[in-house]
Design a protein around this ligand. Sequence first.
Ligand code: UT7
Length: 328
Amino acid sequence: MKAAITATAKYLPDSILSNHDLEKILDTSDEWIRTRTGIRERRILRDPEKATSFLCTEVARRIIEKRGIAADEIDLIIVATMTPDMIFPSTACLVQRNVQATNAWAFDLSGACSGFLYALNTGAQFIVAGTHKKVLVIGGEKMSAVMDYTDRNTCVLFGDGAAGVLLEPARDEQHGLLDAKLQADGEGSEHLYMLGGGSRCPASQETVENGMHFLRQDGRQVFKSAVTQMADTAEEIMRRNGLSSEDIGYLVPHQANYRIIQATAERMGIDMRKVAVNIDRYGNTSAATIPICIAELDEEGKLPPGSNLVLVSFGAGYTWGGIYLKWQ
Ligand code: UT7
């Protein structure tokens, strides 16, 4: 048995933070951000009372409504996030309560920007095993909560948002998730991290004073690895599934930098018209970028049954990977 995506939804907060807004608070320019990253604006969840679980709950509600199911039909909820409401309980448990998915178990998955692909493949295993019929997989982030808005190297890149999919048994063996290659290399952990707030550096006056509750990144280092690994993975997924560039409906890459997306597409020999891109509007929403792209393609009617999608990601850990699926 294969697992297929049977419903999608996204939720983006209304408030826009544009490059021009950032020009007013930082030594940066719209021109620099656009040409180096492809980002024009990002969304910010400004209400301090609302966190990642709010974004993910909206996604869960929309998926339940779209699919026309009852919340208690859901067997499992996985939330991929690196900005959970709190370290525990999990954000997935908060979503489970909010939508009253009373028969679901729920957990968070920490895979940073590759979190959604990790979660999608994990969720699919429960369908393949035949033990679960409906698995909700959501990627959601309130990245603004871990941004240092005095650090132009990082804060221009990230935004808030969430999206997700419902996984159910595919109609046949030829549809749904057909291949996955997921990887990790902890040697990359020193290049993209948030030191404070965990068991190594619990919150203290010192961690606050030293800005340790913010995301830090060696952009140049991460860029090089991201280009190599995303392109290599996409190429391998194509090779081992006998896919030519003509066979692919859409490449859905993680949205960290337009130049990384272009390099991946180039290596696959795919025209940019067949690449999902929304980094200009949302920036990097970490675990949410890929499901937001899928939800938009779905909303726009760009996924007829039989479309081949290749999803690829790279993020903190390092974590990276690719998934090949055929839309049903
Ligand atoms: O999603 C998780 C994975 N993350 C990624 O894949 C991100 C990968 N990295 C990147 O996308 C890029 O490395 C960045 C967009 C973060 C940076 O672009 P870059 O072309 O690698 O720039 P750089 O870091 O080499 O910096 C070039 C210059 C530096 O100035 P100097 O040292 O040459 O004088 C930076 O200080 O640009 C400067 N700079 C900025 N200038 C204006 C860095 N950030 C900014 C900024 N505005 N916001």
